[in-house]
Each structure stands twice: as C-alpha cells, then as structure tokens.
Ligand binder design. Structure first.
Ligand code: ADP
Ligand code: MG
Length: 231
C-alpha cells in the first residue's frame, strides 16, 4: 500500500508536537509567475511525471485547491482551511483526502512535497515548517501578460473584468501579502521556469538531501547541516 514510502522522515516541531514529515518545499510568487510550472519542472527532473499517483515520491499541492471558489483569487477567507489541512498533513503524512468544491482530492504519502501558492510564506507558523523556500520572481508586466489571456481563455472572462480584478484586487494583494514574504525565501528564481540553471541546482540539492538522508541512520540532524559537513 501507499505506506511503504516514507522510509525516512524529517523532524518538524509544530505546537510542541514533534512529527516526521516529508521534505517540504514551499514555492511562492505572484500570480502567473510560473510557480506551478516550476513545480512541474522539478517533478519532471526528479523523474516523477507519467507515474501512477500512488508511486510518486514527489507530490505537488497548490494553494489554489484550498479556495472555496476557484475563480476568486482575491478572497483570502479560506486561509483557516488551508492552515488546518496543512497542519494535519504535516503531523500525519499518511494517505490524505480532502473534499473541496464537492470533489475529493487524494494526496498519497511522498518523500518530497512541493506546496505552492501566493500565501504559503505569509503565516509564520506555516512558513517555518518548510525545509526549503523558493520564490519565483517574474516581472509584473510578464505576469499580467500571461494572466490576461489565461483568464479570458480558461475562465471565460472579458478583458475589462480581468484588468479591473487585477488592478483592484490581485495587484494590491500581491504587494501586501506576497511580495513582503520574498525575504523569507532561501532561493529566489528570476524568470521562473525559463531559469533552467536555477531549477537544475534546486533539483540537485533536493536529490542530494534525499540520498544523504536515506544513507544516514542517525536521523534527527537537518540534512543541510550534513551536506555542508561532507562538502
Ligand atoms: P502560477 O502558478 O505562478 O500562477 P503558472 O505556472 O500557472 O503560474 O503559469 C501561468 C501561465 O504562464 C501558464 O499559462 C503557463 O503556461 C505560462 N508560463 C509559465 N511559465 C512560462 C514561461 N517561462 N514562458 C512562457 N509561459 C509560461
Ligand atoms: Mg499556480
């Protein structure tokens, strides 16, 4: 069954409770910066694509899944749900299902979890749980140029609506809630998915951490510390 994975675990402390967790990577950035695309590239390079979901060692979860209404990017109301689910997931990285928008989503246990979204570094208690924090830094005009056709094509919106929503909600929310969290990132990725050098470096780092951690039987040490020692 799915529990055969998690042959190792990273220690995390949450509200005084210590638990084993997958290697957690947070990925943030503005709308249409390419967070989802960067996660996809990382998954591909770690050989996790075209695989049965139950076999994957790496999973990618989007903050978008936790919005009540997929179309209201301006609404932050579901953040309690987001917090709640992430907390459960981290304490108990077992088979994990949640019902959202009348759909049941199942996340299988994995060794590496990528969690992406504009707010993932906003709440300090969630932010502190990540073993690695990435920020996708793409110019705002590039992001707008991507968002406009996406919203028109995929969401059936008209140009006026998309631009109004962007100027009145999306842009101010980015500046207030997302951009200030850039300083918490371990790695900033300029140009997003175009930046293959950055993505390759990150993938190698994840790969090293996972393999060193597996080889290490005296668990409990942060893999990064170990990595520095051996290099
Ligand atoms: P986010 O998850 O940050 O909102 P996505 O990864 O979904 O962003 O990308 C937003 C849109 O821009 C998508 O349509 C995607 O295909 C496109 N896109 C992302 N990165 C690039 C890139 N480097 N070059 C061209 N288009 C891109
Ligand atoms: Mg996305």
């Amino acid at each position: 069954g799915p529990n055969r994975k998690m042959s190792f675990g990273f220690t995390n402390k949450l509200n005084g409770i210590e638990g084993k967790t997958p290697f957690l990577i947070g990925v943030s950035g503005g709308t249409a910066s390419g967070e989802s695309t960067v996660c996809k590239r990382i998954m591909e390079k770690l050989g996790q694509v075209d695989m049965d979901h139950q076999e994957c060692q790496v999973v990618s979860i989007s903050q978008d899944s936790f919005y009540r209404d997929n179309h209201s990017n301006s609404s932050f109301s579901p953040h309690f749900l987001f917090k709640y689910i992430l907390t459960i997931f981290i304490i108990c990285p077992a088979l994990f299902c949640f019902r959202i928008k009348n759909q049941i989503t199942t996340i299988y246990p994995a060794d590496v979890v990528l969690f992406e979204g504009i707010l993932v570094f906003y709440f300090p208690n969630i932010r502190d749980l990540f073993h690695m924090k990435l920020f996708v830094d793409t110019d705002s005009d590039t992001r707008l140029a991507r968002r406009v056709p996406r919203d028109i094509k995929e969401r059936g919106r008209d140009l006026d609506y998309v631009l109004n929503q962007y100027m009145n909600f999306v842009k101010p929310a980015f500046e207030e809630f997302c951009l200030p969290t850039k300083k918490f990132a371990d790695v900033i990725i300029p140009r997003g998915a175009d930046n293959t050098v950055a993505i390759d470096l990150i993938v190698h780092h994840i790969w090293d951490i996972l393999h060193l951690k597996k080889a290490d039987t005296s668990a409990g040490q942060h893999p990064c510390i170990q990595l520095r020692r051996t290099s």
